[in-house]
Design a protein around this ligand. Structure first.
Ligand code: NAP
Length: 548
């Protein structure tokens, strides 16, 4: 999520430093450009006014800002109102970060006034002779006509024009109490004029200790907004707005549900590409619940699956999900070649990825979603999504390893069920001997045959195709750049969309880990899911003023 920090204060700097280290947060600082020397900030910095509320509104939309923290000075008179109006106009979450005012304590000799002109008048009443002005170099004009007073002006940069004969001290805080006492004593100061800026109160404490009168200029009225008074509170506010950062493989639904405070089932998880028409595996698992009292026996389900696929059961090994299938083959053939963008688990499990080594290849390719041409070759074909793309179990490359994932086909990723088809009986035996005992649990094994009985590959693949086209058209009609696929997902070029949808309890896959930043992968949902997805997308677009 991109966070715009309207800066120019110490709190802004502190917040930017915190947010720069925050995962999932991209921070942009904005400065009015009043001072020529600038503190280094660990983020991109834009400088200068936005051009009023309309300009800021345009900026928020065009830069896809997800939240605004207005950390401008408590005496910034216009920016806080502009920021709030522009944030409200664009539906952007807004926070005002404003330090608390100075605390009046026993011993303080304050005269509280509304503005600089009133402060200048108050100096006469105080009968001040030597006055320290710490009001900023742009607010000095009312003091030029105060007779009989010598002014010492302290500011970050020298003022263009100060009171006649004034002593100029340039310095940037933070200041120490001892330093401030030395300044007051060194210039024989008998009154101080300051804005009630709050924060660093060294000069207030030094004035109290020296019994010096203070003309305290009250703050202008601020906006009626959510307020944080320090950088860490503002960081917490940003955190609460930022959905959990994507994990390496999608499937972050549980973390998102916890963040949203909702039930896991309330999240529409399109970050994992599951068969939208899969039978109800949970019902079958429930029916098989008593199997937990027995050790699993994979022999009969293995025969049944091999029969459905049309391979010798001796060459098929059921696994604890496609991930175990990949890990087992990689353990047996530890040097392989992976051409990115590709599913990251191959490289994770291979001991060495070397160009020219036996190629690992997903078909359809994950994430690009394209079926490999008939002439393509690989040593290991990952056919996790092949049945849903082609309507058949396998491309049938008999000399290659094939790995598959029934968890996609039967939409049961929590159950874990996959398989390896080895090129030979001997190699299948080698995989079996590597596999930990009882790797596939009894519940998963129990549902293989009932799910096979309800499996309709050709029908499922035929049903996904028009749904995918409908999804592509709906997104394109809303202005998104969509990359169609042969698979059960589409790719959408939409930086920031993952987080914006996540706030609406719809999870899509951020493709940064595939080396495709700014792209999200969306599973093709069922009809109800499509309605929900498009409602969420329309909400995001509405907030962005119609932009995709
Ligand atoms: P202001 O009266 O609220 O702002 C005047 C105009 O300056 C705004 O309408 C806006 O122009 C532009 N602006 C202000 N802050 C901006 C920011 N952070 N980024 C981009 N544009 C900004 O504010 P000010 O009193 O002139 O103060 C200007 C800056 O100095 C603020 O950032 C503030 O934090 C800092 N500062 C002020 C004081 C003070 O006592 N006033 C003290 C210390 C630091 P557009 O309308 O064109 O967008």
């Amino acid at each position: 999520m991109k966070v715009l920090v309207l800066a120019g204060t110490r709190e802004a700097r502190e917040l930017i430093e915190l947010l720069a280290a925050e995962p999932g947060v991209e921070v942009v600082a904005s400065l009015a450009g009043r001072t020529s020397s600038r503190v280094e900030l660990p983020c991109p910095v834009r400088v200068g006014g936005f051009g009023g509320v309309d300009g800021l509104r345009r900026f928020l939309r065009s830069e896809r800002v997800g939240a605004v923290v207005d950390a401008t000075h408590p005496f910034a008179a216009r920016m806080p109102h502009h920021a709030l109006a522009a944030a409200r106009g664009t539906g952007t979450p807004h926070l005002r970060l404003r330090r608390p005012p100075y605390q009046h304590r026993p011993g303080d000799r304050w005269v509280e006034v509304d503005d600089m002109a009133a402060a200048a008048v108050a100096l006469r009443r105080l009968d001040a002779r030597r006055v320290l002005l710490t009001v900023g170099r742009l607010d000095l004009e009312p003091f030029s006509t105060v007779p009989g007073v010598h002014f010492v002006v302290r500011s970050v940069e020298p003022p263009a024009q100060g009171p006649p004969g004034a002593t100029i001290v340039t310095a940037r805080g933070p200041f120490t109490v001892d330093g401030e006492r030395a300044l007051l004593a060194g210039h024989d100061i008998d009154a101080l004029v300051t804005k009630d800026s709050g924060g660093d109160d060294a000069k207030i404490r030094a004035a109290r200790a020296a019994g010096i009168a203070v003309a305290m200029v009250r703050r202008p009225p601020d906006v009626d907004a959510t307020i944080a008074t320090d950088a860490s509170a503002a960081q917490a506010w940003v955190r609460a707005l930022t959905p959990p950062a994507p994990g390496p493989h999608g499937g972050d639904a549980a973390a998102l549900a916890a963040w949203l405070g909702t039930d896991l089932d309330a999240v529409l998880d399109l970050s994992v590409s599951l068969n939208p028409d899969a039978p109800d595996a949970a019902r079958l698992v429930a029916r098989a619940a008593t199997r937990v009292g027995h050790y699993p026996d994979p022999r009969q389900p293995t025969r049944a699956l091999a029969g459905a696929i049309g391979v010798d059961p001796g060459r098929l090994v059921l696994t604890n999900g496609g991930a175990e299938a990949i890990a087992l083959v990689a353990a047996h053939e530890p040097v392989g070649w992976v051409e990115d963008p590709e599913f990251s688990l191959y490289a994770r499990h291979l001991a060495e990825v070397r160009e020219g080594a036996p190629r690992w290849r997903s078909n359809p390719s994950n994430p690009l979603g394209r079926l490999a041409p008939g002439s393509a070759e690989a040593a290991v074909w990952d056919e996790a999504f092949y049945p849903l793309a082609s309507g058949t179990w396998t491309r049938g490359d008999d000399r290659a390893w094939r790995v598959g994932s029934l968890t996609k086909l039967w939409a049961c990723p929590g159950l874990r069920l996959g398989y390896v088809i080895a090129p030979t009986l001997e190699l299948a035996e080698a995989i079996r001997s590597r596999q930990p005992r009882w790797a596939v649990n009894a519940l998963a094994l129990a549902v293989v045959e009932p799910l096979l009985a309800e499996t309709d590959l050709a029908g499922w693949a035929a049903a996904i195709r028009p749904r995918r086209i409908q999804l592509v058209q709906a997104l394109m009609a809303r202005g998104f750049a969509v990359r169609d696929t042969d698979a059960c997902w589409v790719l959408v070029e939409a930086p920031g969309l993952r987080d914006l949808l996540a706030r609406r309890a719809v999870l899509v896959r951020d493709c940064t880990s595939f080396g495709m930043p700014g792209v999200v992968r969306m599973a093709v949902p069922d009809d109800a899911g499509l309605d929900r997805l498009l409602t969420a997308v329309d909400g995001v677009r509405r907030d962005a003023g119609g932009a995709p």
